[in-house]
Unconditional design. Sequence first.
Length: 212
Amino acid sequence: MAAAYPDGAAVTVGAEIPLDAGEIGFAAEAQIDVNRQDLGAETAGARIKPGPGLAGMPQPDLIAPLVFDQETLGVIVVAHPRKSGDPKAALRLVAQTGAQVLHTAAQVSRMKLTAEMDGLTRVFNKKHMEQSLNEIVYRAACAAYDQRAAGDLKPVQSLSVFLFDIDNFKNYNDSNGHLAGDKLLQELALLVNESVRKDDIFGRFGARSSCS
């Protein structure tokens, strides 16, 4: 569950429901918009697999999958819609627009991530590291200033930056070839990525690597 309306609804963000069962799973798998009348039809009943619903949520009256290029990106579920007009048609339009927006946002996010990744090691590149370091130092400085301004004399939160390189890496490249050097950098990046904490930022800073 990525979002819930109204605020304070019984269904909370983060709730999970399997998409291979129940009425929501049926609509998502079949990629069709359905209302309560559709779900009550004998043909739908034969295809809906038993499964848990969303605890605390009323029985859905409308379900519309967000489909882009034959892929289901999400599902909109509505209970107790207003009776004016054609709610099913209105929700279908919202779902179509939403699917396009989600796809575009994902594409932009992938492009942004690609632009900030080192092509060889698949860790963050120098551009991203410099931007992140500026932001982290600024936030740390602001937090320290606010703490001091409030008269809090406790030690401020520390910030650590760790830089390292590979000794004699040029000699290794010259002796073993650049392909072997690339392989070494890839294996080192993988090893460090598996060792740092999830909140750490690790990347390749030019010919060196850095971790903050």
